[in-house]
Design a protein. Structure first.
Length: 627
C-alpha cells in the first residue's frame, strides 16, 4: 500500500517586513496626535539628563534627594532668569537707541531705490500703481463719517424719516485688557510649568522610572536593557555637552568678530547667537540678522554690514559643515545626513519644539534600533557605523563595475592595516564571494571578467608596496630553500597564488609561481624547499587534493602546504579529506604561511564571520556536489 504524499507545507509569512513598518507608522501617528503630551515629556527628559549629574553630586554630599532636586531646579531657573534679564535689558537699550539712527535708516532705504528705467523700474511702477488703486476707498463701501453726516442732514430736513443706528463697542475694563494681553503667553507658561513639574518628578523618581522601564521589557532582557539605557544616557549627555561647548565657542568668536568690526553690544549679539543656536539651522540665521540690521542703521558705509555677513557665513560654514558633523556624528552615533533628515522630520511632526529636540530624540531612536532586532533598520538608516564590511563593500563596487571606488576601499584599508591583512580580510573574501556567485550562475560573464581583471590589476600594482615600520619582515632568507607556489584550478586560485608569492618575495624568499594547469619544474626539489598550493572555495578541497596527489608523486622530498583560503572549520578534519595525498600542513590565510617561515610574524586578524560562514557552507557541500 502506497503512502499518501505529505501535504506541501505552507511557507510561513515573514512578519519581519510588515511588523516594524506597522509599529513605526502607529508610533508616528501617536506622536503627532498626542504631541501636546509628548513634547513636555521630551523636554523634561532632556532636562533630566542635564540636571542629573548636579543633583547626584549634591546627594553625595549627604543632601536629601528632594532638597537636592529643589535646589538644582531653583538654581537653574534663577540662572536662566538672570541671563534673560540681562539680555532683555540690553535689547531694550538697543531699541531705545534706534531712533537716533532714523536719518541713516532713511538714507539706506533711499539708496536701495529701484531705478525708474528698465524692466525692473516698470515693474516697480506697476506695483506702486496697483497699491494706490487698492488704497483708494471702495465706492461700494462709503465712508462711515460721510454716512453719519448725511443721515443727520436727512433727519433735520425730514423729521419722519428713520434714523440710522450705529453700534459702538464699549471700552474694555482693566481685567479684560489684562486677559487679552496675557492670553498669548498662557500656553507657553503652562507648558514651561508642566516641563518643570515633570523634570522634578523624573529627578526624584529616576531609579523607579528606570526599573519600571526594565520591567516592561522583561526580566529576561536585563543585560540588553541595561546596556541600551547606559548607551542612550552617555550619547545624549555627550551631545548636550558638545552642543553647549560648540555654541559657547561660536558665540564668543561671533562676539569678538563684531567687536573688531566696531558694532556696539558685540558681546550681547554673541550671547544671543550662542543661545539661539539651540534651535538648529534657524536660530543662527535669526541671530545674525539682528546685528546685520544694526550695522545698516549705525554705519554710513556698506563695509561693516558686508563684514558682518562674511563673519557669520565663515563661522557657520566651518561649524555647520565640519565641526558639528564630526563631533556629533562621532559622539552620538548618528550620520550627518541623518541629523539633517531627523531635524526635518521632527519639525514637521512637532514644529519648533521638534526642531530643538530632533537630535536627542534621534539618538534614542538609533539606540533602540541597535538593541532591538525588530527595529534594526533604524540603526542601519540613521547610524554612522559602516553598513557594509570592507570586503563586501569592495566586492559590491566591483559588481557595479566601479573600479575607482574599489581602489579607494583598498587604499583606505591600507592606511590602518598591513598588506597581508588587506589580502586576508578584504581581497580573499571578495574573491570567495565572486567564486560562489560564479558557480551558482549568478555572475554574468562580463562582470566575472571585470572582477577578476580588477583584482589582478590591484595585486599587480601592490607589488611595489613598501612595508610599514610596524610590519615584521624576515631578517634573512634561507640559504638554499625555495618556495614553489601552485594555483589549484582556475583564475581565482591564480590571483590568490600571486598574492602569496608577492608576500613571500617581500619577506625575502625566492619564489617560483605556477598558474593553474602549469607544468611543474623538471629539476628535483631539495628537502629545504617548500611547496604551497592555493585553493579558494568552492571545490577547494577537491581541486587541491587532485593537485597534491600529482605533486606528491613528482616531488616526495619537500614539505607540502595547502592553503584553503577562508576555511574556518576543524583543520584536522580538513586534513583527513586529502586521504593518501595528505599534505604536511593546512593553512587558511596568507599570514599563516608566512608564520611557518617566520615565527616572529604576529597572529593574523580574525576572519570576517559572515563571509567565511558562507565559504564553510560551500565547502561542506563540495563532496556532495562532486558525487
Amino acid at each position: 500500500m502506497s503512502t499518501p504524499p505529505l501535504p506541501r507545507p505552507r511557507r510561513p509569512s515573514n512578519p519581519s517586513t510588515f511588523g516594524p513598518i506597522a509599529i513605526s507608522a502607529a508610533v508616528i501617528v501617536s506622536l503627532y496626535f498626542a504631541r501636546s503630551i509628548f513634547i513636555p515629556l521630551a523636554f523634561a527628559l532632556v532636562l533630566t539628563f542635564v540636571l542629573t549629574p548636579v543633583a547626584s553630586r549634591l546627594e553625595k554630599m549627604r543632601v536629601p534627594r528632594v532638597l537636592a532636586v529643589c535646589v538644582t531646579i531653583l538654581v537653574s531657573i534663577a540662572a536662566v532668569a538672570g541671563v534673560g534679564w540681562v539680555l532683555a535689558n540690553q535689547l531694550i537699550d538697543v531699541a531705545n537707541e534706534l531712533p537716533h539712527y532714523r536719518d541713516n535708516i532713511r538714507n539706506r532705504i533711499e539708496a536701495l531705490h529701484v531705478p525708474a528705467k528698465g524692466s525692473i523700474g516698470k515693474a516697480a511702477a506697476t506695483v506702486k500703481e496697483i497699491g494706490k488703486e487698492l488704497s483708494k476707498t471702495d465706492p461700494a463701501t462709503p465712508d462711515p463719517n460721510a454716512v453719519r453726516d448725511q443721515s443727520r442732514r436727512k433727519s433735520s430736513s425730514t423729521p419722519n424719516s428713520p434714523v440710522s443706528v450705529q453700534v459702538i463697542p464699549s471700552e474694555e475694563n482693566g481685567f479684560e485688557s489684562f486677559i487679552r494681553v496675557t492670553t498669548p503667553f498662557l500656553l507657553p507658561l503652562a507648558m514651561t510649568g508642566l516641563v518643570i513639574v515633570l523634570t522634578v518628578f523624573m529627578l526624584i523618581k529616576r531609579e523607579d522610572l528606570r526599573n519600571r522601564l526594565i520591567h516592561l521589557v522583561g526580566h529576561g532582557q536585563l543585560n540588553l536593557m541595561t546596556e541600551a539605557l547606559d548607551d542612550a544616557t552617555k550619547r545624549i549627555s555627550r551631545y548636550l555637552l558638545l552642543q553647549f561647548l560648540v555654541n559657547a565657542v561660536f558665540g564668543a568668536l561671533f562676539g569678538l568678530g563684531l567687536w573688531a568690526i566696531g558694532l556696539p553690544y558685540a558681546m550681547l549679539w554673541g550671547a544671543v547667537a550662542a543661545i539661539l543656536r539651540i534651535v538648529p539651522y534657524v536660530g543662527t540665521l535669526f541671530a545674525a540678522f539682528l546685528p546685520f540690521l544694526l550695522s545698516l542703521a549705525l554705519f554710513d558705509t556698506w563695509l561693516p554690514p558686508v563684514l558682518v555677513v562674511v563673519l557669520y557665513g565663515t563661522l557657520e560654514l566651518i561649524t555647520g559643515n565640519f565641526v558639528e558633523p564630526w563631533l556629533y556624528g562621532v559622539h552620538t552615533g548618528i550620520s550627518s545626513l541623518a541629523i539633517l533628515v531627523s531635524a526635518i522630520f521632527w519639525t514637521i511632526l512637532w514644529g519648533p519644539s521638534g526642531l530643538i529636540l530632533s537630535t536627542p530624540l534621534t539618538v534614542c531612536v538609533v539606540v533602540l534600533g541597535r538593541y532591538v532586532p525588530e527595529l534594526s533598520f533604524l540603526h542601519v538608516l540613521l547610524g554612522d557605523e559602516p553598513v557594509l564590511a570592507p570586503q563586501a563593500h569592495f566586492y559590491q563596487r566591483l559588481l557595479a563595475m566601479d573600479q575607482q571606488e574599489a581602489r579607494d576601499v583598498v587604499d583606505q584599508f591600507l592606511k590602518e592595516h598591513t598588506l597581508a591583512e588587506l589580502y586576508d580580510s578584504v581581497l580573499l573574501p571578495a574573491l570567495g564571494m565572486a567564486e560562489q556567485d560564479r558557480h551558482k550562475g549568478a555572475l554574468d560573464p562580463i562582470r566575472e571578467e571585470f572582477v577578476f581583471l580588477s583584482v589582478n590589476e590591484i595585486v599587480a600594482e601592490l607589488s611595489s608596496y613598501t612595508p610599514k615600520e610596524t610590519e615584521i619582515v624576515a631578517q634573512s632568507a634561507p640559504a638554499s630553500g625555495k618556495v614553489f607556489c601552485f594555483a589549484a584550478s582556475d583564475a581565482a586560485d591564480e590571483i590568490t597564488n600571486a598574492m602569496l608569492s608577492q608576500l613571500l618575495e617581500q619577506q625575502g624568499y625566492t619564489v617560483f609561481s605556477f598558474p593553474a594547469g602549469g607544468s611543474p619544474p623538471d629539476a628535483e626539489l631539495s628537502p629545504d624547499d617548500l611547496i604551497c598550493v592555493s585553493a579558494l572555495p568552492p571545490f577547494a578541497f577537491a581541486n587541491a587534493r587532485r593537485l597534491c596527489g600529482q605533486l606528491r608523486a613528482r616531488f616526495p622530498k619537500p614539505k607540502l602546504i595547502v592553503g584553503i583560503w577562508g576555511f574556518t572549520g576543524d583543520l584536522a578534519q580538513g586534513l583527513q579529506r586529502f586521504e593518501r595525498s595528505k599534505p604536511d600542513g593546512l593553512v587558511t590565510s596568507l599570514t599563516q604561511v608566512i608564520q611557518r617561515l617566520n615565527p616572529d610574524i604576529p597572529n593574523p586578524p580574525e576572519p570576517a564571520p559572515a563571509v567565511h560562514e558562507a565559504l564553510d557552507a560551500a565547502l561542506e557541500q563540495e563532496e556532495d556536489q562532486l558525487v
